[in-house]
Design a protein around this ligand. Structure first.
Ligand SMILES: Cc1cc2nc3c(=O)[nH]c(=O)nc-3n(C[C@H](O)[C@H](O)[C@H](O)COP(=O)(O)OP(=O)(O)OC[C@H]3O[C@@H](n4cnc5c(N)ncnc54)[C@H](O)[C@@H]3O)c2cc1C
Length: 480
C-alpha cells in the first residue's frame, strides 16, 4: 500500500534542498505539499506588524511554489487556524502522516502540541532549523549550557553535522482527489495584506539564497575574521534571513563553509557565529520563559522605562535622531533596508537600554517588526546580551561608547554617510562626534546642530554613570 503524507511547509523551511520532512515523505509514496495562511501571521493587522518579514516570506513562498511545480508537484495554499485545519485536512485527504520541521518557540511548541493531540503519531516533526536537535547538549551535570564557549566546545566535541540532502529532481503529482472539499487560496500579495513593497530588501527564495551563499563563500568569507565588524564594509554573509526562513538549511551553510574555509581562522570564526545562532535557539528551547523574562534573575523588575514614559527619547531612537551618528545610522538602516549590521545592532541596543534606560523589550519588539531576519530566539538573545541581562551576556558594566565604537568600526564614516546624509560632508575626524566639531567645520559641511541634525539627546558620560549606579543598586543583594 502506498502511503500518503502531507508535507507542511511552515515558513522556516522554504526550500527543497536538505528538507528532512520532504525527503522522508518522498520515500514513502504520495506527497501533498501544503502551506497554511494562519491568521496568527496573515490577518491584516498581524501582517502589518511584520512588513519586511512578510515580503521576504511571500517571495520565498512564490519561489517554492514554482520549484515544486517545475518538479511535477504543486503547493496547496489554504487559509485558517493551523491547529484546526491541519488535522482536518489530514482526515479529509486521507493522509496517514503530516510532517513538518520543528520550531523552538514556546508558542510554536504549544501549536504543535495541539496538533499532536489531534493527530497522535500521525504527526511527525523533523529537525532542520538547527544543526543539532535543540536541547541536545548538556553540561556534565546534565544541565543546559549557560556559557557560550562551553556550549561551543561541547558542540565541537560531540556533534557530527550531517551531509545536507540534495533537492529531489522530481516529485510525484499531487493525488487527484486532493484538495477535496477545502477551497484553495492563492499566495496573497503584499498589497492584499495592506503592505507596500520595499525594493531595498533582500530578495527571497532558495535560488537567491544560494547565490548569496556562493558569493560569500567565494568572496568575503576569506576575510571574515577581520572584516566582520566593519560596519562600512560588506564583510559578512548576509544569510541571516535565509537561515530564518529556511531558504538555506543551516546544515548546508555549515557544510559548504567548513569544506571551503574550515582550515582558516576566518572560516572558524564564521562557524562560531553559526554556533551563537545554535546557542540562542537551544537556550530558548530550554528556557521558554526568556521571551518574557530576563535570563539573569537579578534584572527582574529593573527600572527600565517604557516608550510611553519617555516618548521623545523613544521617537529619537526609532527615527535615528539621537545625535549619535552611528546609533542613528543603525535606526535608519533598519527602517529602510530591514537589516542592521551586527556591530551597529549591539551599539544601538546598548544605547537604548543603558543610555536611555528604555526597556530592552521595547527595542526587541521594534527590531522584530522591521528586521527581515527577525527571529524570536536570536533577537531576544541579542537584546538580552546587549542589555546585560541575558545568557552569557556582555557584562552590564560594559557600556559601549557610541562615538568610540563608530570611530573604531566605521573609521572613514562611510556607514554613517550612507544612512545619515545630513552629515555626509563632515570629515572623518568629526563624523562620529559632530557636537565636537569646530563651528567652521560644521559650516563648511552644511551642518547646523539642533536643526538639520540633532544635538546629542543625552551626554554619554552622565548617561553611563546613571546606568551604572542604577544597576549597582538594583543588583545589590540579588541572588544569582
Ligand atoms: C540586538 C540584536 C538583535 C539581533 N537580532 C537578530 C535577529 O532577529 N535575527 C538574526 O538572525 N540575528 C539577530 N542578531 C544577530 C546578528 O546581528 C545577525 O545574525 C547578523 O547581523 C546577520 O548578518 P549576517 O547574516 O551578515 O551575519 P554573519 O556575520 O555573516 O553571520 C552568519 C550567521 O551567523 C549567525 N550570527 C551571526 N552573528 C550572530 C550573533 N551575534 N548572534 C547569533 N547569531 C549570529 C546568523 O545566523 C548569521 O546569519 C541580533 C543581534 C543583536 C545584537
Amino acid at each position: 500500500m502506498t502511503h500518503r503524507t502531507i508535507v507542511w511547509f511552515r515558513g522556516k523551511d522554504l526550500r527543497l534542498t536538505d528538507h528532512q520532512p520532504l525527503a522522508w515523505a518522498l520515500q514513502r509514496g504520495e506527497v501533498i505539499p501544503v502551506f497554511v495562511l494562519d491568521p496568527y501571521f496573515f490577518a491584516e493587522a498581524r501582517a502589518r506588524e511584520l512588513p519586511h518579514r512578510m515580503q521576504f516570506l511571500l517571495e520565498s513562498l512564490t519561489a517554492l511554489s514554482a520549484e515544486l511545480s517545475s518538479r511535477g508537484s504543486r503547493l496547496i495554499v489554504v487559509a485558517g487556524k493551523s491547529t484546526e485545519l491541519v488535522p482536518a485536512l489530514a482526515d479529509a485527504w486521507r493522509a496517514d502522516h503530516v510532517v513538518a520541521q520543528r520550531w523552538v518557540e514556546p508558542f510554536a511548541r504549544e501549536r504543535d502540541a495541539r496538533i499532536a493531540a489531534a493527530l497522535g503519531d500521525r504527526f511527525r516533526l523533523f529537525e532542520g532549523e538547527t544543526l543539532l536537535p535543540p536541547g541536545t547538549l548538556r553540561t556534565g551535570s546534565g544541565k543546559p549550557y549557560a556559557v557560550f564557549s562551553q556550549f561551543a566546545r561541547s558542540f565541537r566535541r560531540e556533534a557530527q553535522v550531517g551531509v545536507p540532502l540534495p533537492a529531489p529532481k522530481a516529485l510525484p503529482k499531487v493525488p487527484e482527489d486532493v484538495p477535496g472539499s477545502t477551497p484553495q487560496r492563492d499566495i496573497p500579495t503584499l498589497e492584499a495584506l495592506g503592505l507596500a513593497p520595499n525594493p531595498a530588501l533582500q530578495k527571497g527564495g532558495e535560488r537567491a539564497a544560494n547565490q548569496r551563499l556562493r558569493a560569500f563563500r567565494l568572496g568575503p568569507a576569506a576575510h571574515y575574521g577581520t572584516e566582520r565588524d566593519r560596519m562600512d564594509h560588506a564583510g559578512t554573509s548576509r544569510l541571516s534571513a535565509d537561515l530564518k526562513f529556511g531558504t538555506l538549511s543551516v546544515r548546508q551553510v555549515w557544510f559548504e563553509l567548513e569544506r571551503a574555509h574550515g582550515e582558516s581562522e576566518s572560516g572558524q570564526k564564521f562557524l562560531s557565529e553559526l554556533l551563537w545562532r545554535e546557542f540562542a535557539h537551544s537556550t530558548l528551547w530550554d528556557r521558554p520563559a526568556l521571551l518574557t523574562e530576563p535570563f539573569r534573575e537579578g534584572f527582574a523588575g529593573f527600572p527600565w522605562r517604557t516608550p510611553q514614559q519617555v516618548p521623545a527619547l523613544w521617537e529619537a531612537w526609532t527615527a535615528g535622531k539621537t545625535g549619535y551618528p552611528v546609533v542613528d545610522a543603525a535606526a535608519r538602516q533598519l527602517l529602510t533596508e530591514g537589516f542592521v549590521h551586527n556591530r551597529a545592532r549591539m551599539i544601538a541596543a546598548s544605547f537604548l537600554t543603558k543610555h536611555l534606560l528604555i526597556h530592552y523589550q521595547a527595542g526587541e519588539a521594534h527590531y522584530m517588526k522591521y528586521l527581515t531576519d527577525g527571529d524570536w530566539a536570536q533577537n531576544n538573545a541579542g537584546w538580552q546580551w546587549s542589555a546585560g541581562c541575558g545568557c552569557d551576556a556582555q557584562p552590564y558594566f560594559r557600556v559601549f561608547n557610541p562615538t568610540l565604537q563608530g570611530q573604531r568600526f566605521d573609521p572613514e564614516g562611510d556607514y554613517v554617510r550612507r544612512y545619515v546624509p545630513e552629515l555626509a560632508q563632515l570629515p572623518a575626524r568629526y563624523i562620529h562626534a559632530p557636537a565636537e566639531a569646530p563651528a567652521d567645520v560644521l559650516r563648511r559641511a552644511d551642518v547646523t546642530l539642533g536643526e538639520g541634525y540633532p544635538a546629542p539627546v543625552v551626554d554619554h558620560a552622565l548617561a553611563r554613570e546613571r546606568f551604572l549606579e542604577l544597576a549597582k543598586q538594583h543588583l545589590k543583594g540579588a541572588k544569582e
